[in-house]
Design a protein around this ligand. Structure first.
Ligand SMILES: Cc1ncc(COP(=O)(O)O)c(C=O)c1O
Length: 525
């Protein structure tokens, strides 16, 4: 790899760690290597022409005839990479830099906030004698937890993926932050971290948790415990790995095939913005154009490893000016495609299916005919969800207008939240806005809501209420996320319910009242 040990002036490079890193990781991942012919990328992942299966899928599943088009679709199979995802590219580059600059040494601990794949990629470090702690704040699929554990990674689960309760006069955030901070403290203690060091920074920790700022929490914990934090959300090496390697690698492969990236559209999704940022920079620097199309699931849909548009906005590497296009694509519509491709033997994950479905829409609307789709990971972790495709009728997300104009069809409104419960004023507002009698609104206690969301079973109280209902049931919460999670849990048990978009806080007349007149902290545990 052409390592120059002199480059570190302080000579603090851990040479043993570097050697192990090169052998176990660097030599197995794509990187630039200089030889007599110049610089070339080695260990490239396959770039496979999937046009034929793509056209067949379009025809069979979506009744779209693309047979006459000049369509060409390549899949960039990063699912074949070490640890099974694209995230090993930034992880390897960040760790390489950290070793070369003496920031990381044998026996040290690495801490990072991750929704899965980056943590799994860091898991390769346990082979080098480094400990990895991941901070997880989203509801991850069981298969992802399984892989994290398999890779010997310590998981701190913040269990924060619950409906936010905005604006409770600032108090609510404080309460949630205190509870979560205590939870983190106890998990850290169990992992062997000194709790007194934590206690010295408690004010800062609680303030980060009140903002749900897990990215900076990872940085802070890393600082106080003298660990290394890769800072994937702010580290330019994340973007650069894709600019100098992934982009150049795809272009190199297309040229070997008599093509050029200049004539292709790349489709990718968004986690940290590393892939989209790096690839768009490569194309604009080399070909002076925009070529990257970024695909998001709509709000409320959870697609493994990636963010919705709202959750991307505000991150350092969310840079829409660099993209050729941004699209919101319904994952429910992409699910049959996922099943089709996996059944054909392609190892593709959920985010890849979203991109392929977006490609289908672009191709059928004549918006391009040459595409490279980033296959960021494979299906293994998501098998359990895959098995449900086609078997489970997903819940419908409905607006206040839709409910109000079909109010006679609704026989039950079930409030669902783990921390807040409606006041009399909230019940009245719900009844009035939705056009449904107050007597049809059922408010189980917060513990019952928690039980339902845990997915262990349907608590009797809720089951009885649903059984009583002769028409449709509507799940309602603060902002529309907890109710959707609950409706998904019910769907898995074969019970179809609807979920109110935006929850109580977005009802048209909610703005006329203080939030504290509508809801209060749940006390019944
Ligand atoms: C499955 C999957 N697809 C796509 C991405 C997007 O990658 P990036 O972080 O480069 O935006 C991720 C990121 O974690 C991912 O896990």
């Amino acid at each position: 790899m052409g390592t120059n040990l002199e480059q570190n002036q302080n000579n603090t490079i851990d040479k043993v760690l570097l050697e192990k890193f090169e052998e176990e990781i660097w030599n197995k991942v794509p990187h630039l290597e200089n030889n007599e012919e110049g610089a070339k990328i080695v260990n490239a992942t396959p770039l496979v022409d999937i046009t034929s299966d793509f056209k067949e899928c379009a025809k069979e599943i979506y009744k779209l005839d693309l047979s006459n088009s000049e369509l060409q679709v390549y899949g960039k199979l990063d699912s074949t990479l070490l640890t099974g995802s694209i995230k090993v590219r930034p992880a390897a580059n960040i760790i390489h830099d950290a070793i070369m600059t003496g920031k990381i040494k044998s026996g040290q601990t690495v801490i990072e906030a991750t929704s899965g794949n980056f943590g799994i990629a860091l898991g390769m470090l346990s082979k080098l004698g480094l400990q990895v702690v991941t901070i997880v704040s989203r509801k991850l699929q069981e298969g992802v937890f399984h892989e994290l554990r398999n890779m010997n990674i310590k998981i701190m689960d913040l269990e924060m993926d619950i409906c936010p309760a905005p604006g409770m006069e600032g108090k609510k955030d404080e309460l949630v932050a205190k509870a979560t901070a205590a939870n983190v403290r106890s998990q850290l203690s169990q992992l062997g971290f000194d709790a007194s060091i934590y206690d010295n920074s408690i004010t800062e920790i609680e303030s980060l948790l009140a903002k749900q700022d897990i990215i900076n929490l990872a940085k802070l914990l890393s600082k106080i415990y003298n660990c290394f934090c890769p800072e994937q959300y702010d580290n330019d090496l994340n973007v650069n790995a894709h600019r100098t390697i992934t982009g150049a690698e795809i272009d190199q492969q297309l040229h070997e095939d008599g093509n050029s990236l200049e004539n292709f559209n790349i489709l990718c999704t968004f986690g940290t913005g590393g892939t989209s940022g790096g690839l768009s920079r490569y194309i604009s620097e080399k070909y002076d154009k925009k070529g990257v199309h970024v695909i998001f699931p709509p709000g409320g849909q959870d697609v493994a490893g990636i963010r919705t548009h709202n959750n991307a906005d505000g991150l350092k590497y969310y840079q829409p000016d660099r993209y050729a296009g941004e699209y919101e694509v319904d994952f429910e519509k992409a699910k049959p495609l996922l099943k089709f491709f996996v059944d054909k033997g392609h190892d593709i994950g959920e985010s890849s299916a979203l991109e392929l479905y977006a490609t289908l829409q672009l191709a059928s609307a004549n918006k391009g005919n040459k595409f490279v789709v980033m296959i960021c990971d494979g299906i293994e972790k998501y098998r359990k969800n895959l098995e449900k495709i086609g078997k489970i009728q997903p819940p419908r997300q409905v607006s206040q207008e839709e409910v109000a104009s079909n109010s006679e069809n609704y026989d039950k409104i079930i409030w669902i939240h783990t921390q807040y419960t409606p006041q009399e004023g909230g019940i009245e507002l719900l009844a009035k806005s939705l056009g449904i009698d107050k007597s049809k609104i059922f408010v189980p206690n917060a513990r019952t809501a928690q039980q339902l969301l845990s997915g262990q079973g349907i608590p009797d109280e809720i089951n009885n209420s649903l059984q009583e209902s002769k028409g449709k049931s509507l799940m309602v919460c603060m902002a529309g996320r907890t109710s959707l999670m609950a409706a998904n849990v019910l769907a898995e048990k074969g019970i179809v319910t609807d979920s109110l978009i935006g929850g109580i806080t977005e009802l048209p007349e909610a703005g006329n009242s203080q939030l504290s007149e509508l809801v209060k902290q749940a006390s019944q545990f």
